[in-house]
Design a binder for this molecule. Structure first.
Ligand SMILES: [Zn+2]
Length: 370
């Protein structure tokens, strides 16, 4: 039985595609399938399951052999818009929540992408980059915070349906409250040094702690980057368990938190989702990057967490093959999980089917109020 047949996918965390002028750039193709920087050897990326599976998706869609040169030639002669649309629709995508804080090289404008793919797109607003843009307009840290709050209050009317924090990338997930005097000192230091990137832990933590009540008021879910990412992230500080004080403070007040990626801490995320109300998570990015482990990772994510707490996401960007691959791996993982729980644990098939709908799209609709 194919459990996922006919169930749509709502992707609650992904990014834009490249525009058609870069469709045949096979180096970009490879680097879109890794978190490694351009300084990392291409020849190594080309020896991964994820790379070869993405090639085989392209080859099948284009009707070529699974060979990078042939695929490149065919891509250069193919209408990239229809090619992408076909892959997205075959994979079952029905809605995309795009994090506008990262746009791939030559990113396709979202309004165009939406009509090319014929899939509704909603946006997620990045807290730290939004706050960073406003830094130099204010002399007092409290005025700066007020301006950020104002932006967040207008987020929904500008098409944003949630917030995202990348504090894991900058100072780690052990988020703590900061006194406004300490924040003011950091604010002044930063300006004296002429820094434009918000990296001081005092400011990052102050910002997040001050803004959390506004997210609650505005009913905007807060996404956290957690777990794996590019080498800019300190994976050790990206363990979602470090969020405990923050969760203990704001979850009882009604904050909704979604933990992105989570791998290799997806079991830790499953624990958090199993004991705190309003905590959700996904295993995006690991699916597709840890392709050969997909079934095991999905099963581990669902060991402790209720089906109401896991969301589908791809974290894909740049290439449509990556979106297709994430979707395929998720579906294979979820189908294997359904086979097992119906056989070994006597879960009724209609219950398993209900859970698949929750994970694939209904949780996303509910959490983001779409
Ligand atoms: Zn992302």
């Amino acid at each position: 039985m194919s459990w996922m047949d006919g169930i749509p996918l709502w992707d609650h965390h992904c990014h834009a595609l490249i525009d058609p002028s870069l469709a045949g750039d096979m180096e970009l193709f490879a680097y879109a399938l890794t978190e490694a920087p351009r300084s990392y050897p291409l020849k190594d990326i080309q020896q991964t399951v994820t790379y070869w599976q993405a090639l085989s998706i392209a080859a099948q869609e284009l009707g070529t052999r699974c060979d990078a040169k042939e695929i490149e030639m065919s891509l250069r002669q193919t209408d990239f818009g229809s090619y992408s649309r076909s892959l997205f629709h075959k994979a079952g995508y029905e809605r995309l929540l795009i994090d506008t804080g990262f746009t791939p090289q030559g990113g396709w404008p979202l309004s165009e992408l939406e009509s090319v793919l014929a899939i509704p797109i909603m946006k997620i607003l990045r807290l730290e980059t939004t706050a960073q843009e406003l830094l130099y307009q204010f002399a007092d840290v409290r005025d700066w915070i007020l301006a950020v709050k104002d932006r967040v209050k207008h987020a929904r009317s500008q098409g944003y349906v949630g917030m995202k924090s990348i504090i894991a990338y900058r100072s780690g997930l052990e988020v703590y409250p900061v006194h406004s005097e300490d924040a003011q000192a950091a604010f002044a230091e930063m300006k004296k040094q002429g820094q434009t990137r918000l990296t001081d832990p005092r400011l990052l933590n102050y910002l997040l702690w001050e803004l959390a009540p506004v997210f609650i008021e505005e009913a905007l879910p807060l996404q956290f980057h957690t777990g794996l990412g590019d080498p800019d992230t300190n994976l050790y500080k990206g363990n979602p368990l470090l969020l405990r004080d923050f969760l203990e403070t704001f979850i009882p007040q009604g904050l909704q938190v979604t933990l992105l990626h989570t791998y290799p801490y997806h079991r830790e995320a499953g624990f958090l989702a199993s004991v705190y109300p309003n905590v959700y998570f996904d295993v995006s990015l690991a699916l597709p990057l840890a392709a050969s482990g997909a079934k095991r990772i999905v099963a581990e994510a669902l060991e402790l967490a209720p089906a109401t707490r896991v969301l589908f996401a791809s974290d894909s960007h740049t290439r449509p093959e990556s979106f297709y691959l994430s979707a395929t791996l998720w579906k294979q993982g979820l189908e294997a999980y359904c086979d097992r729980i119906t056989q070994d644990h006597h879960i009724l098939p209609e219950v398993a089917e209900r859970w698949m709908n929750l994970i694939a799209w209904e949780n996303c609709r509910r959490v983001y109020q779409l």
